[in-house]
Design a protein around this ligand. Structure first.
Ligand code: SF4
Ligand code: SF4
Length: 118
């Protein structure tokens, strides 16, 4: 079992979750995070910390479609252990539906991405 990051993290990316995870199993994309399903110890402390309510246990019927995406990108994106600066317009996108189809970026986030941009 694991927890997964779902659609509503996209473009919100508040990152409260990374501060509380005891095993540092969050990975950072350009505009969302994912959880590494093999590293998550299923403690559940991140779920209530997410202001976007974007973290689900994989027992949730909604979680299945996100498990594949979390598994795939946790292998590719860099690990994140400290809360960074959320996007300036994060609150405007909190609760918007269909964000994966409209906005998901497969690019990695974090310092490596900033280095490439800069
Ligand atoms: S707290 Fe929620 S919205 Fe913020 S990065 Fe974590 S999963 Fe995404
Ligand atoms: S459930 Fe626990 S181990 Fe899994 S991502 Fe959340 S805080 Fe980390």
């Amino acid at each position: 079992m694991t927890y997964v990051v779902a659609d509503n993290c996209i473009k919100c990316k508040y990152m409260d979750c990374v501060e509380v995870c005891p095993v540092d199993c969050f990975y950072e994309g350009e505009n969302t995070l994912v959880i590494h399903p093999d590293e998550c110890i299923d403690c559940g402390v991140c779920e209530p910390e997410c202001p976007a309510e974007a973290i689900l246990p994989d027992t949730d019927p909604e979680a299945e479609k996100w498990l594949e995406m979390n598994t795939k990108y946790a292998e590719i994106w860099p690990n994140i252990t400290e809360q960074g600066q959320p996007p300036a317009d994060a609150d405007e996108f909190n609760g918007v539906t269909g964000k994966y189809e409209k906005f998901f970026s497969p690019n990695p986030g974090g310092q490596e991405a900033e280095k490439k941009v800069g």
